[in-house]
Structure formats: C-alpha cells, structure tokens
Design a protein around this ligand. Structure first.
Ligand SMILES: Nc1nc2c(ncn2[C@@H]2O[C@H](COP(=O)(O)OP(=O)(O)OP(=O)(O)O)[C@@H](O)[C@H]2O)c(=O)[nH]1
Ligand SMILES: C[C@H](OP(=O)(O)O)C(=O)O
Length: 202
C-alpha cells in the first residue's frame, strides 16, 4: 500500500525551540522521518515523503508547499495511507496493525486530538488537519463508509512538545532516540513527572 509521509521541511518542530536550536530541530525531524519511513517499509508499506521543500531522502519524495490538508487531499488515491513523519515510536508491528485493519477509513488518533495516521480505502473521504482533527475525520468518515480506530500507544505519540521527548528516550528504538541521547538529552524527574533535561552535547 502507498503511504504518504507528510513532512514540513522548512522550520520543522518549532514547538521544540525551548530545548533545540533551529538546525538541531531540522536534524531531529529528519531522524524521525527516516525512522518512520523505515518502519513503514518494514510493515510492507511503500513510503513517499510529501515534503514542503526538496530534501535528500532514501525514499521517494514529492514536493508540495501547499498547506497540509490541500497537499494530502490531492493525493488521496485509495487504497492509500497517511502516516505523519513525527511518530518517533512507530514500529513495524504497530504500522502493520494500522495497514492491516479493516474498514473504509482507519484512523490512528494522536494525543491531544490530532490524527497521526489514516488508511483510506473509500473514494469519498477527505482530510481536514489541525485543531481536533480526529473529531473532524471521524465525522467525515462516518458519512462515507465504515470507520475503524486503531488503539495504539506507539501510533498515538507524535513529537510536538518538549515533554514528548521523554517518550522518545523511554520507548524509541531508532535514529531519533539515538540522536537525542547524543545531543545530551536526558530523562529528568520534576515534581513526580518525567521530562527531559540537557547536559553538554556528547
Ligand atoms: N507536507 C506537509 N507536511 C506538514 C505540513 N505541516 C505539518 N506537516 C507534517 O505533519 C506532521 C504534523 O505536523 P506538526 O506536528 O505541526 O509538525 P511541525 O509543523 O513540524 O511542528 P510545529 O512547527 O511545532 O507546529 C509532521 O510530520 C509535519 O512534518 C505542511 O504544511 N505540509
Ligand atoms: C497535523 C496535525 O498535527 P498536530 O498539530 O495535531 O500535531 C493533526 O494531527 O491534525
């Protein structure tokens, strides 16, 4: 199955500015993207990066600088999947469950109301990203066919905020986790919560 991997190449992951500089955010975002594409491939999918700008990649890349919803909608040729490039915990097993799930539309909710991955098998579905997009996608899917939700911790964690980096250090198995450790990111307990701190770059 073709799998679109949307990637905002210019100024990625701005919500991580508190802990990573702009070049570091670009490096880290690219490491997550590579992890996601490799896991998609191992799950039997065929990844294509849908990038806002030209990038170097081992996988096919299409460039479209339009807003996310427009760029994705224009390429929804069922059967197709959309898997976000910041799912740093996604494993081949988790993605196999997504790609193998039945339904005209299969949704993988993200923490905080986003839509981290979608499988589309019906021709009348369209995307509507940002905000509480999972609610929008459930409504749109209900009008066009059967909808399945994949309940997956590893697909639910997308890396948006600094605290999300703790999940990558705790559960990540790929380049992104390794990149964080080499950049000096470490787990820290603050008031009973796990977050991250940064020592000198190794
Ligand atoms: N192709 C494309 N991908 C996008 C666009 N906006 C976001 N993405 C990707 O969609 C996924 C989720 O988006 P965000 O979490 O907002 O990523 P981001 O824009 O790098 O993060 P922030 O700058 O912190 O908002 C990430 O994999 C992004 O790379 C866009 O306009 N076009
Ligand atoms: C693309 C967007 O990602 P978020 O901004 O919620 O991380 C969404 O999932 O609708």
């Amino acid at each position: 199955m073709d799998v679109l991997v949307p990637f905002a190449a210019s100024r990625p992951k701005t919500r991580l500015a508190g802990v990573l500089g702009p070049d570091e955010r670009a490096e880290f975002a690219a490491a997550m993207r590579r992890d996601v594409c490799s896991a998609v491939d191992s799950a039997g999918g065929s990844p294509t990066v849908l990038s806002t700008d030209p990038i170097e990649s081992a996988w096919p890349v299409v460039v479209d600088d339009r807003p996310l919803t427009e760029a994705v909608d224009d390429r929804l040729e069922p059967p197709v999947a959309v898997v976000m490039a910041d799912l740093a915990l996604a494993t081949p097993e988790a993605l196999s469950r997504l790609l193998g799930a039945d339904g005209g539309v299969v949704l993988a909710p993200g923490l905080g109301g986003g839509t981290n991955a979608i499988v589309v098998r019906t021709p009348d579905f369209h995307v509507d990203y940002h905000g509480a997009s999972i609610a929008d996608h459930r409504r749109i899917a209900a009008d066009v066919g059967t909808t399945t939700t994949v309940d997956s911790f590893r697909l639910a964690v997308d890396v948006d905020e600094t605290d999300d980096l703790a999940e990558v250090l705790l559960h990540g198995e790929g380049q992104a986790a390794r990149w964080l450790r080499e950049a000096g990111l470490e787990l820290e307990m603050t008031g009973g919560r796990v977050t991250v701190s940064r020592s000198a770059r190794r």
